[in-house]
Design a protein around this ligand. Structure first.
Ligand code: PLP
Length: 408
């Protein structure tokens, strides 16, 4: 019997608990800096104008119905998603060594990739998967749920609030040959710290030496810098270098399709005589895994994304929407740093503008985070991570005043 004593109560998801506490707070000054979803300057969810347009077109299309999609998803969507992440002129696409399945957003893609590696990795026992310390908390849960053993590599330097490149490279050198290395393609969550192109080249060189397998997670392409190619640079570089790798891709943030669960999992086979056949075999096994897990993926978000990705006019409008979102976030970074520096708030604040994407690792300590929440009605995760999208022109002064008061 599943008695209360037999099943321990699980702890509440920290992020969703934070959201609930925020909702219940009656203060007019409250600020939600927890969840990673874009907000406009009035702290409201933003439907991208191009998504509204695509939505209307789908609504008015008499050919659209509610039939099942194929197991691998909507073909026009998966092929466009491939080109978006790898580049339309990617050698891997040209050589037919990429296979792609539509997934339940980025989470589902990470899961499908993890499950595939757990079941089909040619090495037994499977190599460990190395996650950055810290990483998106769900990585730990997803990979341990599929039975992969997890290790970590250093990533964030608390001193510089930037990349601990030496620590990372040393860990990659020390990892057993052929380890799986999870890499955030851009806008690292939770730190907002990304390697520069030169640092990526060093990382790739060590991974090549060690025969490691890159597993890229890309949840912020175009959202980070406003430039889709720039945010995909690392992935394209690794593919150019001839790595066999996989990619979990999400359209939650860059299209604002959070709840529609539009994502894709890509497996890029190594170049060589065997590449096309190996890619077909991988695709066939992934299809069986997909069938047993979700049968077939949800249609609505994929239809919207497919329309936008396959139409040059809509694509251009999307790029403008991406610049709107990333531009507003960059303005908030600059505004926050300027306010803290003007006040002479103790500490250095250059990391606020040097970090990129949805999140910033502020360096605020757990006790400071608690004071911000209890006395200032400002909600953030206890590691001091803030979602930049929660800041706007109406609350920036108040937030800077609060941070100044808790660090003094
Ligand atoms: N990976 C990272 C690093 C993320 O930050 C997120 C979202 O926060 C995801 C994956 C997946 O999100 P979703 O499943 O909503 O696409």
């Amino acid at each position: 019997v599943f008695t209360a004593a037999a099943i321990a109560a699980a702890p509440e998801d920290p992020l969703f608990g934070l959201m609930a506490a925020y909702r219940q707070d009656p203060s007019p000054n409250k600020i939600d800096l927890g969840i990673g979803a874009y907000r406009d300057d009035n702290a409201k969810p933003w439907i991208l104008p191009v998504v509204k347009k695509a939505d209307t077109a789908i609504h008015n299309d008499p050919a659209v119905n509610h039939e099942y999609l194929p197991i691998a998803g909507l073909g026009a969507y998966t092929s466009a998603a491939q080109k978006l992440v790898l580049g339309a002129d990617s050698p891997a696409i040209r050589e037919k060594r990429v296979c792609t399945l539509q997934s339940i957003s980025g989470t589902g893609a990470v899961h499908l990739g993890g499950l595939f590696l757990a079941k089909f990795h040619p090495q037994r026992p499977q190599p460990q998967i190395y996650l950055s310390n810290p990483t998106w908390a769900n990585h730990h849960q997803i990979f341990s749920n599929v039975g992969l053993s997890i290790a970590q590599y250093p990533y964030f330097s608390p001193q510089t609030k930037g990349l601990d490149l030496d620590g990372m490279l040393a860990a990659l050198r020390a990892a057993p040959r052929g380890s799986i290395i999870l890499l955030h393609a851009c806008a690292h969550n939770p730190t907002g710290v990304d390697p520069t192109p030169e640092q990526w080249q060093q990382i790739a060189a060590v991974m090549r030496e060690q025969g490691h397998f890159p597993f890229f997670d890309t949840a912020y392409q175009g959202f980070a810098s406003g430039d889709l190619a720039r945010d995909a640079w690392a992935i394209r570089y690794f593919v150019e270098q001839g790595f066999e790798l996989c990619i979990a891709q999400s359209f939650a943030k860059n299209l604002g399709l959070y709840g529609e669960r539009a994502g894709a999992f890509h497996f890029v086979s190594a170049p060589g005589a065997d590449a096309v056949e190996s890619s077909q075999h991988v695709a066939s096994q992934l299809a069986i895994l997909q069938r047993s897990e979700i049968s077939n993926p949800p249609a609505y978000g994929a239809r919207i994304a497919s329309l936008i990705l396959n139409d040059s006019q809509l694509f251009a409008e999307w790029e403008a929407d991406l610049r709107t979102m990333s531009g507003r976030i960059q303005e908030m970074r600059a505004g926050l740093r300027a306010r803290l520096e003007e006040r002479g708030t103790p500490g250095a604040w250059n990391h606020i503008t040097e970090q990129i994407g949805m999140f910033s690792f502020t360096g605020l300590t757990e006790p400071q985070v608690k004071v911000l929440r209890d006395q200032w009605h400002i909600y953030m995760t206890k590691n001091g991570r803030i979602s930049m999208a929660g800041l706007n022109t109406h609350n920036l002064d108040y937030f800077a005043e609060a941070v100044d008061s808790v660090v003094r």
